[in-house]
Ligand binder design. Sequence first.
Ligand code: SF4
Length: 363
Amino acid sequence: MMPSAYTRTPDSYRAMSDDELRDRIRAKKQEHGKNLVVMTHHYQRRAVVEFGDYQGDSYALCKIGAQLDAEYIAFCGVHFMAESAVILARPDQKVFLPNPLAGCPMADMAAIDSVFAAWDELGHHLPGSKIIPISYMNSAADLKAFCGRNNGVICTSSNARKTFDWALERGERIFFFPDEHLGRNTANAYEIPKDELFVWDFNLNPAKRDVEALKRAKVILWKGYCHVHTVFQPHHIQQMRQEHPGVKIVVHPECTEELVAIADSVGSTSHIVKYVAEQPAGSVIAIGTELNLIDRLAHMHPDKTILELAGNTCAMCVNMYRTTLNDLAYTLDNLETIKPMSVPDDVKVHARIALERMLAITG
Ligand code: SF4
């Protein structure tokens, strides 16, 4: 039977030693040369990242993906990332997600039916108001397509501010999906007053919506969140500063505004990587983001002390962690028979418009 993209890596590959898996991956990379590219997100396991031809956050990988010539792209990340690669790829390119079970719970919080219902409700409460949808990259292809169809755009944590500029030049309000915290932190940096932010609770009975507050809103924030980044609390920073005087604290903008307000620095995954690299030897740096990136940074910078901001809490993205050397080896050994990722054509066309707008805005 032909293996499907949704079949888990077979037991025969799960039984192989890491050495054998590494040999297989190296052999396939050598065999295919430039025709095969392995992309690895920063939150992947160290063992997987070692095989990445390109490493980065979702924005960096998206930009690179849009320019790749390779026939085969193995995207070690989560579902929405590989989908984005499919959207930007040529029709003859094949994109694989080595572990197809790797999803993103935050992306799943903005199901397209709830988005359509919200859009209708907004049209009813705010007739004639020009609302620009912005979706974080961490969203399903159909939500990206919704943004493309409705004069909206995609953003990442690296460029959310620039997409706010773009949107507010074109409309009166922003509808931001699916991460409330990235949207709120971006709006705060933009100095939008608090009473002009409205949280869209997609589970709320519409009869209970505070329509007067909604009418004041400049930015409507979908009530989604990342369970990894919202574990960090202000008391973690206070404790860290007590235990390590002089510690530098850098956090991701998917964290809450209370945390962001008291951190030393806030920014995307790429920003965090750069921030750590720029600190002098001997620095003590506590990081509020995903555990695997922190682990890798600690190995990359043995001259610095790198700490997890919430040491007792395991801030790990289990979905990013799903992809193993076994999955990568199995995928590369079966590029001709495994079904590549696909996105329906009508979704792809409009999602691509929204993604290309982002790339045009942010360069
Ligand atoms: S870290 Fe959070 S936003 Fe990123 S993939 Fe995991 S659950 Fe989704």
